[in-house]
Design a binder for this molecule. Structure first.
Ligand code: PEP
Ligand code: MG
Length: 898
């Protein structure tokens, strides 16, 4: 079986369709080679070998690969006219990982592989640049030592062992910058690094290039199961058996002098989506210099460069002399690069993120991939590509990552509050949005505060989980393509990078700006769209949506066959959901209305009453409040159907548990404290979620169901008299037996008749049930004979099918997810395999009794894209989700139908 695939200017085996086998990077390198883009030659070891490695280990896998890899290296030597390990004209290689999806910064990379005390002489001779050669050697030993030989800081407060050696030498030589090192210094560093390796690992640093190569290949395989990669996979739900490919490629050098350089570019603006070629580069630098944020990168285009200078308050002459764009500095290179970016975007029909290197005036494209982008850019780019005729409507919809729409719906700063703020420093607008929170300096401590702003000199992939937890990210170093910027944009998280005015001291846990010192825990705010760092808390508000967003939503309607409703308990939420295009309410949790201050008293009075008469008196107080709520909600829904669920939670949730509030209640109701305490104790249950709740309440206290039905019907009649149409759907919760539903349905219908007779008028309504107890799904045919509609309550259905308490599962679910016992949290992503069977079966059995039974879902899964697709496949009429997830569900519904 073929394990190794070639790419480059002469022989290419793969293409873009082979991502699963060659990884994203490998497939793209092959595809680019096929397109005639100048890619440095190399080869890809397949992802299958990674899986094999896990089974047969290091020696086995080397034996398996030996012949093919040796032949492939010979092929590269031939094209580059160099020899691996040669002391006259050495071939140097890069070794990188590449899984089938892009995992930015997650996997380890080794550059300049093949350097040793012999080949360094060849590199010096060939480049006539001693400094560059020794700097490459120094970088190689450092990278290989850290990535392959595991030379890492022991604790997070420790410095990197190699950086420590560098710092020591700088101090000794009284210099500040890497660029001030002499050749002798760099040579000293190489040997000091090697000594440190020997001391720490007990082995000599490998000088045989082949030993180096196999070490790096194995390290890539190992990194697939490294902590960082596992965290990223977990966050994204990627299975462990995908494996990573290994890409081995001829090195080209951007640090060979003033006629060389390296950069990153995007075919469109990854922050706004504007159709504008842009990017950053550095002259005389290696690739990692651009992303590491050690030097300030320059802009590729003249327009971009001018805009950047304006922001950084740099004069035009200063800009031209010190930070010229690539377009101005190397117009021929720029033109060639511009041509390739056009070609690549047109080929892939999507925004590309490319890396390039110029070696002695020759342009090489190192990689291209679909660029990460903000939610706003995602929508604009999809709609623009559609208008440009590059993609079809269906393709535009499929390009949308539904969950990312969240970003467009996130808060921005309240413009009024912004007028009074104190901007303490300016950084780069790395990822838009607004964030306000408390300073933390270490990623693993981000969870310490509910709202944390992670403040770092720069971020690295180790910080990923903390970045996820933080509300915003601030770095002192790094450009728009730095790790922090790219990752934050991918997460849709507000980020300000490269704020050079900040002095960060990890040991003291302080951030200093000018002479003001900020401590851990101090509040700051970030404007990720402008790059502002603001002192203190700033109020936020909801953003307004772009025209493209509206167009996209329109487009989703054209393809979606399933409707999207919302879960809303107040007129305000109902209104927001309507504005997002909700086509009705799938769940109004009436109990939420009872928690307001003026109502909880009447509710408690009702619960505390010992007699039916006492309860009815209290319910009479609640009736007008409920009626008013329903009027507001019905009105906001403008004639769209509204499903109102009868009281559901265990009653003990409503009574006071603290002594002070119990005393208050006793005084208020003129009863003894002992009576209150007794009642509270009486309501205590061992398993409240399996206790006296749902329809069991309405059956034991029918007057509650009567009051709620009355409120709904009176509200509908009142609106009808004002000429406003309503479509009430009354829903009975937690049904498990047909008779439970029948008894409640009869009560509801009888009460409605009474109200209609009193008012000499009627409204149309339906009575249905939730399917959230497993038995209800099994009995669905019998229930459907009596019920007008079904709504799957997948929160309870998941709880009862797994037997995991919704409120306690947090204690063990994280362990389950970490150990791969479960792939996803079943309360977030609907468990198709198990719970899904009940949903499917319930729907089928229900419709077998009543063919046009209306079926929907109102559990949290109704707003989670993959679950929405499942609901579509099951044949549901609608999903219902929280207002802010309505746009996400609409896109997912359209995607499901395509
Ligand atoms: C459900 O159980 O899925 C549901 C929507 O009801 P609740 O979350 O209120 O129990
Ligand atoms: Mg429920």
């Amino acid at each position: 079986k073929k394990q190794v695939y070639h790419f480059g200017t002469q022989k290419t085996d793969g293409d873009r369709t082979m991502k699963n086998l060659l990884g994203g990077k490998g497939a793209n390198l092959a595809e680019m080679s096929n397109l005639g883009i100048p890619v440095p030659p190399g080869f890809t070891i397949t992802t299958q070998v990674c899986t094999t490695y896990n089974e047969i280990g290091r020696d086995g896998v080397i034996q398996l690969l030996k012949e093919e890899v040796e032949a492939a290296v010979a092929g590269i030597e031939h094209i580059m006219e160099t020899t691996f390990g040669d002391n006259k004209n050495p071939l140097l290689l890069s070794v990188r990982s590449g899984a089938r999806v892009s995992m930015p910064g997650m996997m380890d990379t080794v550059l300049n592989l093949g350097l040793n005390d012999d080949s360094i002489l060849g590199l010096v001779a060939r480049t006539k640049n001693e400094r560059f050669a020794w700097d490459s050697y120094r970088r190689f030993v450092q990278m290989y030592g850290s990535v392959v030989l595991g030379m890492k800081p022991e604790t997070k407060e420790d410095e990197d062992p190699f950086e420590e050696i560098i710092d020591r030498l700088k101090a000794k030589r009284h210099i500040k910058l890497d660029t001030q090192f002499t050749v002798q210094d760099l040579q000293d560093l190489v040997y000091d690094f090697k000594d440190a390796v020997k001391k720490s690992t007990g082995h000599d640093f490998p000088s045989d290039p082949w030993e180096q190569l196999w070490g790096a290949v194995i390290a890539v395989f190992n990194s697939w199961n490294g902590d960082r990669a596992v965290v990223y996979r977990k966050l994204n739900g990627y299975p462990a058996d995908w494996g990573t490919a290994v890409n081995v490629q001829a090195m080209v050098f951007g640090n060979m002098g003033e006629n060389s350089g390296t950069g990153v570019c995007f075919t469109r603006d990854a922050a706004t989506g504007m159709n504008e070629f842009n990017g950053e580069y550095l002259i005389n630098a290696q690739g990692e210099d651009v992303v590491a944020g050690v030097r300030t990168p320059q802009q590729i285009t003249q327009i971009g460069s001018r805009r950047w200078a304006e922001l950084a308050q740099i004069e035009e002459t200063d800009r031209l002399n010190n930070y010229p764009s690539l377009e101005e500095l190397m117009p021929t290179m720029y033109k060639e690069l511009y041509g390739y970016q056009e070609k690549l975007e047109r080929h892939y029909h999507d925004m590309q993120d490319m890396e390039f290197t110029i070696q002695n005036g020759k342009l090489w494209i190192l990689q291209t991939r679909n660029g990460k982008r903000t939610g706003a850019a995602m929508v604009k780019i999809a709609m623009d590509l559609l208008k440009e005729g590059e993609i079809t409507e269906k393709e535009a919809l499929l390009q949308i990552e539904a969950n990312k729409l969240d970003e467009l719906l996130h808060p921005i700063f309240d413009t009024k509050a912004l007028k009074r703020v104190n901007i303490i420093a300016q950084g780069l607008p790395a990822s838009p949005g607004a964030a306000t929170g408390q300073i933390v300096f270490f990623a693993d401590e981000a969870a310490k505060y509910k709202n944390a702003i992670l403040v770092r000199i720069e971020t690295s992939p180790e910080d990923l989980e903390g970045m996820h937890v933080a509300k915003g990210i601030l770095t002192a170093r790094g450009g728009m393509t730095s790790h922090a910027a790219v990752v934050a944009r991918g997460m849709g998280k507000c980020c300000v990078s490269g704020a050079g005015a900040l002095k960060i001291n990890y040991k003291k846990r302080t951030m200093t700006v000018g002479d003001h010192v900020y401590q851990e825990g101090d509040w700051i705010s970030l404007n990720g769209s402008k790059g502002h760092i603001i002192e203190g808390k700033v109020a936020t508000m909801q953003p307004s949506l772009s025209g493209e967003f509206g167009e996209l939503m329109e487009l989703s309607n054209k393809y979606a066959t399933m409707q999207v409703r919302t879960n809303a308990d107040s007129p305000k939420d109902a209104k927001i959901a309507r504005d997002f295009g909700a086509q009705g309410i799938g769940l109004t949790r009436t109990e939420h209305m009872f928690f307001e201050i003026d109502r909880i008293r009447a509710m408690r009075e009702m619960i505390l009453a010992d007699t039916v008469k006492g309860r009815k008196l209290a319910l009479e107080e609640l009736l007008p409040m409920q009626r008013q709520d329903f009027e507001g909600i019905f009105e906001a829904m403008q004639g769209y159907p509204v499903t109102v669920r009868l009281l559901d939670p265990p009653l003990h949730e409503f009574v006071p548990h603290q002594l002070a509030t119990q005393k208050e209640l006793a005084e208020d109701l003129h009863i003894s404290l002992a009576a209150v305490k007794n009642k509270v104790a009486e309501l205590q249950e061992f398993n409240p979620m399996l206790g006296h709740r749902g329809c069991r309440l309405g059956i034991t206290y029918p007057e509650i169901t009567e009051m709620q039905t009355r409120a709904i019907m009176e509200a509908a009649l009142n609106l009808k008299s004002k000429g406003i149409e309503t479509k009430p759907e009354i829903m009975v919760p937690l049904v498990g037996a047909v008779a439970e539903f029948e008894s409640q349905a009869k009560l509801i219908r009888d009460t409605a008749e009474t109200v209609f007779a009193e008012n000499a008028d009627t409204v149309e309504f339906t009575v249905g049930t939730m399917i959230e107890v497993p038995r209800a799904a099994l009995m669905a045919d019998a229930i459907a004979e009596k019920a007008d509609f079904f709504s799957f309550g997948t929160n309870d259905l998941t709880q009862m099918t797994f037997g995991y308490s919704r409120d306690d599962a947090g204690k063990f679910l994280s362990v389950y997810l970490e150990n791969g016992i479960l792939k996803d949290d079943p309360f977030e992503v609907l468990d198709r395999e198990g719970v899904g069977q009940l949903v499917d079966l319930g729907t089928k059995r229900g419709r077998s009794a009543k063919p046009n039974l209306k079926v929907g879902i109102c559990g949290e899964h109704g707003g989670e894209p993959s679950s929405v697709i499942f609901c579509h496949d099951t044949g549901m009429d609608y999903v219902s989700c929280s207002p802010f997830r309505v746009p996400i569900a609409r896109i997912a519904a359209a995607q499901a139908a395509i």
